[in-house]
Design a protein around this ligand. Structure first.
Ligand SMILES: [Zn+2]
Length: 274
């Protein structure tokens, strides 16, 4: 079930929203990034890794949304990391008595019963500003930004030229802003600049949802996402095909309208445009 994207970098794509889990080969085992969605597929991934004689030595979640912070007992007890902000945000959630209800509300009904909540979000925050994931394998650089979710980390595996983008740079989803943040538009545009600054070193970009792209795709996606966010900033009219009549998912135009409205409301409340 694993596809090789670069030497020692493998991807498993879930049926749910083309979610990508990434396996990076290290010296004594693998690093597992954004572990997966359903109980069945995580168990299958764990069994594949066992057959390859590759224990999981560390996990990492790119950001604190439910579909990136799940875990399966068969993965074992390796430390699971995230940025300090990511871990804080999850701790906040898990400290609320009704957190399972809150998460359940957001689950896709057709998969809800197959999504295990038991080990959700048990993430250890790395020290604020940590530059890389602590593990015995190729250096994985943390590119932290505040677009899409608090403490979102994209990961750059320099030696392999791979950028793991989390919920950014997708071919099937337009940018989803974090409308609860103080400066959602600015945050998004700054994150895209960060990606642009490393683009020369990237041969493959793996989005949290969607298809793996090459170097040209990376640049095209940065441009497309920037155009979309700038259109949101400038009033919301976008010719982005991901939110048009032939959107890859029929609910995306609704999310687009919701983002436009959310930003307009903020502007009214704050009295100043973003
Ligand atoms: Zn997300």
């Amino acid at each position: 079930m694993l596809k090789q994207v670069a030497e020692g970098v493998l991807v498993h794509e879930s049926e749910f929203l083309q979610s990508n889990s990434v396996v990076v080969q290290g010296r004594a085992g693998v690093l597992l990034l954004d572990p997966g969605i359903t109980t069945g597929e995580m168990a299958a991934l764990a069994s594949d890794l066992r057959e390859l004689d590759q224990p999981i030595v560390a996990g990492f979640s790119t950001h604190p949304h439910w579909d990136h912070v799940l875990w399966h007992a068969d993965f074992g007890e390796a430390p699971r990391y995230g940025t300090a902000r990511c871990a804080d945000s999850l701790q906040d959630l898990l400290s609320q008595a009704d957190w399972t209800d809150q998460v359940a509300e957001g689950l896709p009904p057709e998969y809800a019963e197959e999504i295990p909540m038991e080990l959700l979000g048990l993430i250890t925050g790395l020290p604020a500003g940590a530059a890389q994931i602590p593990w015995d394998g190729p250096e994985v650089r943390i590119i932290e930004h505040q677009a899409h979710a608090p403490g979102h980390a994209a990961l750059l595996i320099d030696e392999r030229g791979v950028l793991v983008a989390g919920d950014m740079l997708s071919d099937i989803l337009m940018p989803f802003l974090d409308l609860e943040a103080a400066n959602p538009i600015e945050d998004y545009l700054s994150a895209l600049l960060l990606f642009e600054s490393v683009a020369d070193d990237v041969v493959a970009v793996i989005p949290g949802h969607g298809s793996v792209g090459g170097a040209e795709q990376l640049r095209a996606r940065i441009e497309q996402d920037r155009a979309y966010v700038e259109a949101l900033r400038d009033g919301g009219v976008s010719d982005d095909p991901r939110v048009g009549p032939s959107a890859p998912l029929d609910w995306l135009p609704d999310v687009h309208r919701w983002q436009v409205q959310g930003l307009a409301q903020r502007e009214q409340q704050n009295g100043t445009p973003e």
